[in-house]
Design a binder for this molecule. Structure first.
Ligand code: BJW
Length: 235
């Protein structure tokens, strides 16, 4: 069986990393237009750095939960049977990797990487960033930014994502509100290719009616149960 999984902030919620649009979520406390656009970075880079420095520190203090672990187990279980899992995450955290997932496609980039806007090099990054931080490659300062995808920027590897969806038997969206494009449109691509679709979320997403199957509850409950269903052949 070939499974495509799209994860969102809900899969990491129980690891203590906030979601964006739930009550009390990140975008209720912080203005995305002042923090998550290239224009915001150009206007006030230190403010943007402070926001991502805080989130990087939170990430480094967090741990994967049962949902991340179940998906790592699904990857290994499907591979052992000649299938595959294509795991695409909108999350910039590394909790899937830390849970043991070998293949993770970060369509919105990665918080533990920094990119130099002067030379284009991407570096593994665990420290705070500041305007004065020099690029370890070219030595220039003033251009280091978190290697994440802001509003108005192109998500990573869309062609590969669409190919992987088309080549799947099952498309599963987990812990995402379905309100950010182009990820919100992936379920439509899957349906157009005749791929079966399932949503696992705390509550119905904006796209809920597009899914063939829907399961609601905490990711740490519904994801392991759904993975068991796939591996036992009942899903
Ligand atoms: C649980 C749970 C638990 C909670 N268990 N579940 C007008 C109309 C349409 C589109 C646009 C428009 N104006 C602009 C656009 C495009 C824009 C967009 O979509 N804007 C919308 C807001 C309207 N998109 C872009 O700009 C993208 N680029 C782009 O479009 O390029 C051009 C292009 C053209 C043609 C083709 C393709 C591309 C880029 C988007 C970049 C998004 N960046 C962010 C920030 C990244 C860095 C960072 O983290 O700071 O990515 S925004 C934020 O939203 C983050 C997330 O990855 C993304 C999605 O959020 P997610 O994961 O769905 O989180 P939530 O909080 O929304 O939902 C959590 C869910 O979990 C909820 O449903 C809960 O119920 C659930 N949950 N606890 C299970 N325990």
């Amino acid at each position: 069986m070939r499974v495509f999984v799209l994860t969102g902030a809900g899969v990491s919620a129980e690891s203590g990393l906030g979601t964006f649009r739930d009550p009390g979520g990140i975008w209720e406390r912080f203005d995305p237009m002042k923090l998550a656009t290239p224009e915001a970075f150009a206007a006030d880079p230190e403010r943007v750095h402070d926001f991502y420095n805080m989130r990087r520190r939170d990430l480094l203090a967090s741990r994967p939960n049962a949902a991340h672990e179940a998906l790592a187990g699904l990857e290994a279980g499907l591979a052992a049977r000649g299938g595959r899992l294509w795991l695409c995450t909108q999350n910039i955290d590394d909790l899937h990797e830390r849970a043991g997932s070998a293949f993770v496609h970060h369509m919105h980039g990665e918080l533990l990487k920094a990119r130099c806007t002067a030379c284009g090099a991407v570096h593994a990054w665990r420290e705070d960033l500041a305007l004065a931080t020099p690029c370890p490659g070219c030595g220039r300062s003033g251009g280091m930014r978190p290697d994440v995808v802001w509003f108005g920027e192109m998500p990573v590897g869309l062609e590969a994502i669409e190919d992987a969806i088309a080549e799947s038997d099952l498309f599963v969206a987990i812990g995402t509100s379905g309100s950010v494009w182009p990820a919100a449109g992936f379920v439509e691509i899957a349906r157009g290719c005749g791929v079966r679709t399932a949503e696992l979320n705390l509550e119905p997403s904006d796209n809920a009616r597009m899914f063939d199957e829907r399961r609601y509850g905490k990711a740490s409950d519904v994801v392991p149960a759904f993975v068991d269903g796939i591996m036992s052949g009942s899903v």
